[in-house]
Ligand binder design. Structure first.
Ligand SMILES: NC(=O)c1ccc[n+]([C@@H]2O[C@H](COP(=O)([O-])OP(=O)(O)OC[C@H]3O[C@@H](n4cnc5c(N)ncnc54)[C@H](OP(=O)(O)O)[C@@H]3O)[C@@H](O)[C@H]2O)c1
Length: 264
């Protein structure tokens, strides 16, 4: 097994959900962490808490992955010891709105494309030279089953995750002789802040997504990411699809009917 002890793991979008769960599970395995996200105060609380709980080193900074100049500056100005990044987890991402294409607003499209696709590209472009110099590395993208199939009202979100799938495959081809592994972890429904963000803070709408079914937790996905990261160097998990047991596809979910009040 590939030991994570004192390895440096960079996680984008570490202030919530899957990114935060990855931060915890990799810290528990002894990795030092570089964490980033836009909510600076949340991020610094998380960094302090992880340092205290797991005794690992954590370097954190505020970053909006959509801003190419800021991404370049943030990675290029890392202290030298922190530049020896072993694993990059491209997790930052979002869905914005769930509307028919012709009724949707283009601001949400820009946000999704700029974050899920361009942000991932900018961060990867900056980190890869550091891995190439080191002579090894592992890029793990958080894709989605939305990168394998398309669901109604999700044309643009699904297109961004199809792009993540294509980028993952292309990177793997281009890095084949460079000892840099490339994986994608593609979850189905995970209960995180994702739906609240998608519905612009509407908690009721967000809760309804997971009504009467048992979704994945962020930790379920982080455990998959950890599995990919701990394979021996000669083995690579190209793609890991993780679904709730009651979800067969993006559009087919088994929901247990609510019992009438008198039966509860
Ligand atoms: N939840 C699901 O059902 C599900 C299913 C399949 C795939 N995914 C994917 O999993 C990844 C993580 O989502 P999640 O479910 O954990 O959602 P989440 O709880 O909303 O977390 C998203 C994270 O991404 C960060 N982020 C968003 N925009 C960013 C930006 N421009 N720059 C930097 N960080 C940014 C957020 O931090 P800040 O707000 O602090 O910037 C937050 O830490 C996403 O790529 C998502 O597409 C989720």
């Amino acid at each position: 097994m590939f030991s994570l002890q004192e390895k440096i793991v960079l996680i984008t979008g570490a202030t919530a959900g899957i990114g935060l769960a990855c931060a915890e599970i990799f810290a528990e395995s002894g990795s030092d962490l570089i964490l980033c996200g836009r909510r600076a105060s949340k991020l610094s609380k998380i960094a302090n808490n992880i340092k205290k709980t797991y005794g690992v080193n954590v370097y954190s900074f505020k970053l909006d992955v959509r801003n190419k100049k800021n991404v370049e500056y943030a990675i290029r100005s890392l202290p030298d010891d922190w530049k020896k990044i072993d694993i990059l987890i491209n997790n930052a991402g979002l869905g914005r709105g769930l509307n028919k294409f012709h009724e949707d607003d283009t601001d949400g499209w820009e946000e999704m494309i700029d974050t899920n696709v361009k942000g991932l590209l900018y961060v990867t472009k900056e980190v890869l030279p550091l891995m190439l110099e080191k002579g090894e590395g592992h890029v793990i993208n958080i894709g989605s089953i939305a990168g394998h199939e398309v669901y109604p009202k999700g044309a643009v979100y699904c297109s961004t995750k199809h792009a993540v799938d294509a980028i993952t495959k292309g990177l793997r081809m281009d890095l084949l002789d460079r000892r840099i592994r490339v994986s994608t972890v593609d979850p189905g429904m995970v209960e995180t802040e994702f739906s609240q963000v998608r519905f612009h803070g509407d908690k009721e709408k967000a809760a309804n997504v997971y009504r009467n079914m048992h979704p994945l937790s962020a930790k379920d996905v982080a455990e998959g990411v950890l599995f990919c990261a701990t394979r021996p160097p000669h083995a690579n998990v190209n793609q890991m699809v993780i679904m709730p047991s009651v979800q067969a596809s993006a559009t087919q979910v088994y929901r247990k009917e609510e019992l009438p009040a008198e039966d509860n």
